[in-house]
Design a protein around this ligand. Structure first.
Ligand code: ADP
Length: 259
């Protein structure tokens, strides 16, 4: 008989949460967490109430990107999310110390993700944005099996390798019956601020558009390679709040309107 495919079991939605959106990528370092944070802030900027859940077990980066630390409080047996820039935030990073590498087996990953979805007080949100680990694995399966996921957004750069991995991620979400909303091309181009000359540092974003068409999924947005994005991330002040009028913030707002 054919090998059993992982199936997402029917599950109850999170009480008080409108949409659950997974932000995923085929490989690390493409800017997935940066996109997740700034997309969440851009959704808030256009009037939504937004929560952000970081289940990137290999490198939870939301605490750094948002400049927050500490341990979440517990009240009435519910975990209360932390707050940053108006977002409600929960991260594996709040529960582990920075220098300890994490080696967790699948069942533990699954248990933690279930708890983050079920035991955290997320009520009153229009969107819960979930920052996934790169690749395809236990976390994706745990998410899809615990709550209905309204859509997945796949972040890639225009480079060949990143694109191949993104296609694999797309296929996995299809297998889990999660609708892939589309692809975000990050680091799509570099525009010289003084001359407006454009450089395709990581390849031509038209290649992503071509691949997206082949995969029958839309390109939801293009985010340029921008110094203020990297600086904002390192400073714990994401570009959408730190540079509210910049072109790159406008690009994140356009992306938010597509989600
Ligand atoms: P991932 O979550 O895919 O591993 P990160 O979000 O941690 O990637 O981003 C990796 C690095 O790239 C970070 O230093 C981040 O600031 C930087 N970065 C991400 N997107 C951009 C961008 N559009 N412009 C400039 N730097 C970026």
């Amino acid at each position: 008989s054919p090998a059993a495919q992982p199936q997402a079991a029917p599950s109850a939605p999170i009480e008080g949460v409108g949409k659950v959106i997974a932000v995923a990528s085929g490989k690390g370092g493409v800017g997935k967490s940066t996109v997740a944070v700034n997309l969440a802030l851009a959704l808030q900027k256009i009037g939504h109430r937004v929560g952000l859940l970081d289940v990137d077990i290999y490198g939870p980066s939301l605490p750094t990107l948002l400049g927050i630390s500490g341990r979440p409080a517990v009240s009435n047996r519910r975990i209360l999310p932390m707050e940053a820039d108006g977002l409600r935030v929960m991260s594996l990073g709040f529960l582990m110390d920075e220098d300890t590498p994490v080696i967790w087996r699948g069942p533990i990953v699954t248990g933690i993700i279930r708890q983050f979805l079920r035991d955290v007080d997320w009520s009153g949100l229009d969107y819960l944005i979930v920052d996934m680990p790169p690749g395809t694995g236990d976390a994706q399966l745990a998410l899809a099996q615990t709550v209905p996921v309204d859509g997945a957004v796949i972040v890639t750069t225009p480079s060949d390798l990143s694109l191949i991995d993104a296609a694999r991620g797309l296929q996995m979400f299809k297998t889990l019956n999660v609708e892939v909303m589309g692809i975000v091309t990050n680091m799509s181009k570099f525009v010289v601020p003084s001359t407006k000359e454009e450089f395709f540092i990581f390849g031509n974003p038209a290649e992503v558009a071509k691949e997206a068409e082949r995969l029958e999924t839309p390109v939801l947005g293009e985010i340029p390679l921008d110094l203020t994005v990297r600086e904002g991330g390192d400073a714990g002040r994401p570009v959408v709040v730190g540079q509210p009028e910049s072109p790159v913030t406008a690009a994140f707002v356009e992306l938010a309107k597509m989600v």
